[in-house]
Ligand binder design. Sequence first.
Ligand code: PNS
Length: 176
Amino acid sequence: MKRVIAIYPGSFDPPTHGHLDLIARGSKIFDQLIVAILRNPEKGPLFTLPERRRMLEILTEEFKNVEVDTFDGLMVDYAAKVKAGAVLRGIRAISDYEYELQMALMNRKLRPDLETVFMMPAEQYSYLSSRLVREIAQLGGSVQGLVPELVEQRLREKLDPAIKLEHARESKPRGR
Ligand code: PNS
């Protein structure tokens, strides 16, 4: 029987409940789902690639058919490399549609045998985005309920200078 491998590409800076909701849905319909983080240093991400990868690995541990990987270059080339037949993308509101349609059709032009599958996250996440989470956290607002606790904690560590300083002290070798 044919096994369908799908990739779920994105920046995941940081992963949100919306991403995890989509991963849970995708893991039910695909035999294997690869969460593929784009290496995008030019975007100046808040979290480094290894940080995002580690968070996603921990957060997706419960899904046995989900793995996490990174890619650069064209998404369609990465999909071909891992033998994926489908790309999973989330559509939250009609405002997502135009950009997603353009990207899906362009990807189809580049690789006609790769199907884009759109899924809707649960409606309570329809207004949620990594960009807004970053902005709220950077301005000192609460992101509780928007991201998993692990991500909340990592955001605090990243943005609170006091916690940062404490970690730096802890990781310094003790005086001789
Ligand atoms: O989390 P994002 O920013 O919505 O993810 C966008 C992503 C990574 C899916 C998209 O930018 C992408 O696929 N980039 C890889 C480069 C590529 O293939 N570009 C052509 C798109 S038609």
